[in-house]
Write a protein that binds this ligand. Structure first.
Ligand code: AMP
Ligand code: ZN
Length: 473
């Protein structure tokens, strides 16, 4: 019999405890992540949330679990103002279509492609399935009908609302009480809801609405939350293991998803809820609607490669806020460069012996990642490996490449040997090339010594200077 897989502990928002993951099927984990609303480019804050899903995905696979991972595409139903359930509320995708002179389907296709390109730049692994909300209208209508049958929803003039007061468990995830949500809500535009905290499952389509479908209640379109109930249940089953998203989705989106899914099925659906904290810019939440956004594709123009952002995201625990600054990106780029140099300068030969330090580094790495995705600790362990003089170069390389299955930093990518040179080195190389052209051999030798002191060996070849960055020990 094979060894049991290592236990993974995760902080479950629902129980507010860090607890062992007990997959419904031993060795197999089903994961659902709320994906992007495809009406604008994703920003690096959104991508931080998908990176956290990717770290969960990679961690589980590294440990030997089989993962079924579904991440949806929101192409309908997400209104500009979530509080505005009324007919005059604007659908984000429809509004972008109007502004850009395209159809909603064109907008969704364009921004879906852009999002997936951004994910690829960050080495976010593809998931098993990316269902689109607009392909699941019948499933959403079916859940809505069941909720009506169970007395958990009511119709007002073609719009169906979930009746939160009929669902006593409402608030279990976010800790919000129905009475507080009422107090916390601003004056409602629509007056037809029985309770301010009730939310729309299905909305009657106004005259100008582009995306609408026939339903038992007339032409309409789904509320935002119902899509994730429909897609998660359809593709992962009536019970699944893990649901992730950014912290802002905890309420109302996920609270409402629980009400819909559990209300329709009559039992618990999701075992573990995980929420990732925000990326901030100047300590304010980066948000598409606020306009203070940075795209991953903007980074190279500022001198940063996308994977330096991945490294930065890895240095903060997913449940901690992370502030994006130039200084933090410089530190991340240099941390990444250090790991790459440790891999690139090591010979590619097989590790002949697995020694005690290797075993202990690997054990500490596993301990870190299984402790509620302790990736910052895992990064620190990788850096300790890079500078551990008790390891041979081959051992160091083997360990780092093993860890990279979780970290996803492309430590051995073909370009990795050309990892950013230590600071100041490029300028010294330029000066040395100039002195050689001027046949100033004394200056050239002095510069070679200066470079050597920075850990960079230079060789002169017919095609110019060749550098070798030594691994620091
Ligand atoms: P949206 O496309 O607006 O539906 O958001 C997609 C995902 O990005 C959701 O899981 C949000 O919680 C998450 N998100 C939005 N803004 C940020 C941010 N500044 N930092 C981290 N995650 C965010
Ligand atoms: Zn969702």
């Amino acid at each position: 019999m094979s060894d049991p897989l290592p236990e993974v502990r995760l902080h479950n928002t629902l129980t507010r405890r860090t607890e062992p993951l007990e997959p419904l099927e031993p060795g197999r984990v089903s994961v659902y992540t709320c994906g992007s609303t495809v009406y604008k480019y994703a920003h690096i804050g959104n991508l931080r949330t998908y990176l956290f899903g990717d770290l969960l995905h990679r961690t589980l696979e590294y440990l030997g679990y089989e993962v079924r991972y579904v991440k949806n595409i929101t192409d309908v139903g997400h209104m500009r103002d979530d509080q505005l359930d009324a007919l005059e509320g604007l659908d984000k995708v429809e509004q972008a279509a109007e502004t850009e002179g395209k159809t909603p389907a064109e907008i969704a296709a364009f921004y879906t492609d852009a999002w997936l390109e951004d994910e690829a730049l960050l080495n976010i692994l593809p998931v098993d399935l990316m269902p689109k909300a607009s392909d699941h209208i019948p499933e959403m209508i079916d859940i809505t009908r069941r909720l009506l049958d169970h007395g958990l929803a009511y119709e007002v003039d073609g719009t169906i609302y979930f009746d939160v007061s009929a669902f006593p468990a409402y608030g279990q995830l976010s800790g919000q009480r129905v009475s507080e949500t009422q107090a916390g809500h601003r004056v409602e535009v629509e007056s037809d809801k029985r309770h301010p905290a009730d939310f729309a499952l299905w909305k009657r389509a106004g005259q100008d609405r582009l995306m609408k479908w026939p339903s038992p209640w007339g032409d309409g379109f789904p509320g935002w939350h119902i899509e994730c109930s429909a897609m998660s249940i359809k593709h992962l089953g009536e019970q699944f293991d893990i649901h992730t998203g950014g912290i802002d989705l905890k309420f109302p989106h996920h609270e409402d998803e629980i009400a819909q899914s559990e209300g329709a099925l009559g039992h618990r659906v999701v075992g573990t809820w995980l929420h990732g904290e925000f990326l901030t810019l100047d300590d304010a939440k980066m948000a598409k609607s606020a306009g203070n956004i940075i795209r991953i594709a903007d980074l190279p123009a500022n001198g940063f490669e996308p994977l330096a952002f991945r490294y930065l995201a890895l240095t903060a625990h997913y449940r901690s806020k992370l502030n994006f600054t130039d200084a933090a990106m410089h530190a991340a780029a240099s941390g990444l460069g250090r790991l790459r140099r440790a891999v690139a300068t090591a010979p590619d030969d097989p590790v002949d012996a697995v020694t005690e330090p290797m075993v202990s580094h690997r054990a500490r790495f596993t301990e870190a990642i299984t402790d509620d995705l302790g990736i910052p600790r895992a990064i620190a362990i990788a850096q300790a490996v890079a500078s551990d003089s008790g390891l041979t170069h081959a051992q160091c390389r083997a360990l780092l490449l093993d860890f990279d299955r979780v970290l996803g930093l492309s430590l051995d990518a073909p370009g990795a040997a050309k990892a950013p040179l230590p600071e100041g080195v490029a300028a010294l190389l330029e000066r040395r090339a100039a002195s050689r052209e001027a046949r100033d051999w004394a200056a050239s030798d002095a510069l070679r010594d200066e470079l050597a002191a920075l850990g960079v060996d230079v060789r002169d070849t017919p095609s110019g200077q060749q550098t070798n960055v030594r691994r620091k020990s």
